[in-house]
Ligand binder design. Structure first.
Ligand code: KG4
Ligand code: ZN
Length: 336
């Protein structure tokens, strides 16, 4: 069985083909460059860029897989949450292709696909598990009970974590999207002491919600008040990242304690962060549990996670495949 996956919820146009016997057999992505000039994603430009690239990316994925288009069983596409114009581009393309090929087209929840990407890398991962979803648009702690059944335990009250990384990077002169570059800076070894102190937001309050906008402001104020030299930049990046990692580790510990599950999945773009991966792995080792991550290239937006989520729903019979084009800019994982 083979499923074509199409992702277009934000500024990545991504296509992949999942084969039940061989895993991902075709994978093509275009991360849009056009937004760099604006310091953030411009929705109208994103939609236009998806339209320009989607046909070529689909052809590239099929070329890699060395199969003809009719040799797939279904098409999975991201139906939300995301930018409405971007979602519509992928959904209309997927439905049109599905109609032409006489195959079903399945609507996939973007956040569920992020979480299930961990299972793509570790097929022995079984429900239930706790999921920490940290992306550019969302920061959530989720109890994943079974395929399609999720409870939201906590979420950010302001900026998403990737957004906080990107905004902090931008205010320190690192071009958009600077999250990964800021993390790289933080991981540089330096022979220094006296790192600027950063708060640990929301740790003194009970509950599982997060807040990151204060950390971003703290980083920027510290940056403005220092010599603005390369060493200060590294020190701020390290303190910022440490505060985030320590906060997430503690919230995960609380959520694991509350739910009684012993497996943790970390997904979304910020799950590529090495310091976060190491510390959460250590937490699960200390607790005698297990920690799962998608492989690095499937942490940020990609087509493989959509194809794989489509595969799981297809074999489970848990997705309608009619021809209606339904996309949702806002869509809770609890109702997916
Ligand atoms: O999941 P994703 O590709 O897009 C959304 O669905 O939002 O996540 C993108 C986010 C960006 O904010 C990016 O800066 C951040 O993930 N990111 C990182 C790292 N790699 C990507 N943040 C911190 N450390 C990283 N290594
Ligand atoms: Zn995403």
């Amino acid at each position: 069985m083979r499923i074509l996956g199409i992702e277009s919820s934000c500024d990545d146009t991504a296509v992949a083909i999942y084969d039940a016997n061989n895993g991902i057999i075709g994978h093509a992505i275009n991360s849009q460059k056009t937004h760099k000039n604006y310091g953030g994603v411009v929705p109208e430009l994103a939609s236009r860029d998806h339209i320009k690239n989607i046909v070529f990316l689909v052809d590239e994925a099929f070329n890699q897989a060395q199969i003809a288009k009719h040799n797939i069983d279904a098409i999975a596409y991201t139906a939300g949450p995301g930018l409405i114009g971007s979602l519509l581009t992928g959904a209309c393309f997927a439905k049109g292709l599905a109609f032409g090929l006489e195959k079903p087209a399945l609507a996939i929840h973007h956040l569920e696909a992020h979480i299930l990407a961990a299972k793509l890398s570790s097929p022995n991962l079984e429900f239930p598990f706790l999921a920490l979803l940290v992306s550019g648009g969302h920061t959530q702690l989720i109890l994943a009970k079974s395929l399609g059944a999720y409870s939201l335990l906590g979420e950010t009250l302001d900026d998403a974590l990737g957004e906080a990384f990107d905004k902090t990077a931008k205010l320190m002169g690192i071009p958009y999207p600077g999250g990964a570059a800021l993390a790289k800076l933080a991981d540089q070894p330096i022979d220094e002491e006296n790192f600027p102190p950063f708060p640990r937001p929301m740790l003194n309050k009970p509950g599982l919600n997060f807040s990151f906008s204060g950390l971003k402001t703290h980083a920027v104020t510290t940056w403005q008040n220092c010599a603005k030299d390369p060493i200060s930049k590294i020190k701020i990046a390290k303190s910022f990242q440490d505060a985030i990692v320590e906060t997430l580790v503690e919230k995960c510990r609380r959520a694991l304690d509350k739910t009684g599950v012993h497996k943790l999945v970390v997904a979304g773009g910020v799950a590529a962060n090495q310091e976060l991966r190491q510390n959460l792995k250590q937490l699960m080792k200390d607790l005698g549990g297990e920690c799962f991550f998608p492989q690095i290239e499937y942490c940020t937006d990609n087509g493989a996670m959509v194809a794989y989520a489509g595969f799981l729903h297809f074999i489970n019979g848990s997705r309608d495949a009619n021809l209606a084009i339904l996309v949702k800019a806002r869509w809770s994982l609890e109702t997916c």
